[in-house]
Design a protein around this ligand. Structure first.
Ligand SMILES: N[C@@H](CCC(=O)N[C@@H](CS)C(=O)NCC(=O)O)C(=O)O
Length: 280
């Protein structure tokens, strides 16, 4: 296992990200929790830098972390690397079974919850109703885990402190309230999902998290622009954009509880949006 110290690596860490990207926030939060300093490079996703294309030639997405000149892509991969390299303030459990459970729910978040949230964001009418139902079913699964399953009785998924799964589910879950407002739906009813709701409030109240999540007003404005753009597309363009957004490993890779990012990915992939709609 590689090992590093905060001071030794500070000058050698560079993060390529995008301000509204929940995947970027995951890495920023993990680095902060570890007490690591890094250089941050903001990417324009409508006009990706040669560095981003060089360091992530497969997906061409942020985040990318450069450590001593070596590039890492995919947020969950990066989080695990960071935890294995800098052992202070661990974000993964030590026990192999516990570690596997964390990975399982990370996949659940990126493969099931996030795409459903993305569909709510970019649809209306019946399609949106179906997607809201899917989000609720997925939140119910998490609620059950918190109530009587693996995470029963824990303050955070990671135990008493924020762990890797909290980072993955939490960075992006703040989009849920943004989407509720922008798409005029109810996603996290505190009476239906009391444990998830209070977990999310607790997560958002953490100092490190507050320092990373952009102001709600900025996220709202951004999401409004993207949704407006998506809904303004002709049905044929919309289908193509939605298909691009749904393509695994492509524009909606993980979608999101970071689904605000999806819409933006669509805008970027169609290349027809206004400049500020192409960011992420
Ligand atoms: N699975 C990836 C998803 C990363 C992702 O979707 N990044 C978006 C920004 S939030 C991106 O770079 N999009 C640019 C594009 O799709 O061209 C991860 O976990 O890092």
């Amino acid at each position: 296992m590689a090992s590093g110290t905060a001071s030794e690596s500070a000058a050698e860490l560079k993060l390529f990200g995008m301000w509204a990207s929940s995947y970027t926030h995951r890495v920023q939060l993990a680095l902060k929790l570890k007490g690591l300093e890094f250089e941050y490079v903001e990417e324009d996703l409508a006009n990706k830098s040669p560095s981003l294309l060089l360091y992530n030639p497969v997906h061409k997405k942020v985040p990318v972390l450069l450590h001593a000149g070596r590039a890492l892509a995919e947020s969950v991969v990066i989080l695990q690397y960071v935890d294995e390299t800098w052992e202070q303030n661990p974000i993964m459990p030590r026990d192999p079974y516990e570690r596997a459970v964390v990975r399982f729910w990370c996949h659940f978040c990126d493969d099931k919850l996030a795409p459903a949230v993305g569909t709510v964001f970019r649809s209306t009418g019946e399609e949106q109703k179906v997607a809201v139902g899917e989000v609720h079913r997925n939140l119910d699964l998490l609620e059950r885990e918190l109530r009587e399953g693996h995470f029963m009785g824990r303050r955070f998924f990671g135990g008493d402190t924020v762990g890797l799964l909290d980072i993955v589910v939490g960075c992006g879950s703040y989009w849920l309230s943004v989407f509720e407002e922008v798409a005029e739906v109810k996603l996290v009813d505190p009476t239906t999902f009391p444990l998830f709701h209070s977990w999310l409030r607790d997560f958002e109240a953490q100092e490190a998290v507050r320092e990373i999540i952009p102001p709600a007003g900025r996220l709202l404005e951004y999401a409004r622009g993207i949704r407006h753009y998506l809904l303004s597309l002709a049905p044929s363009q919309h289908d193509a954009a939605a298909a691009a957004a749904a393509a695994p490993g492509d524009a909606n890779d993980g979608g999101g509880t970071g689904a605000g990012v999806d819409g933006a990915n669509v805008a970027a992939s169609t290349g027809t949006g206004e400049e500020d709609k192409k960011d992420c």
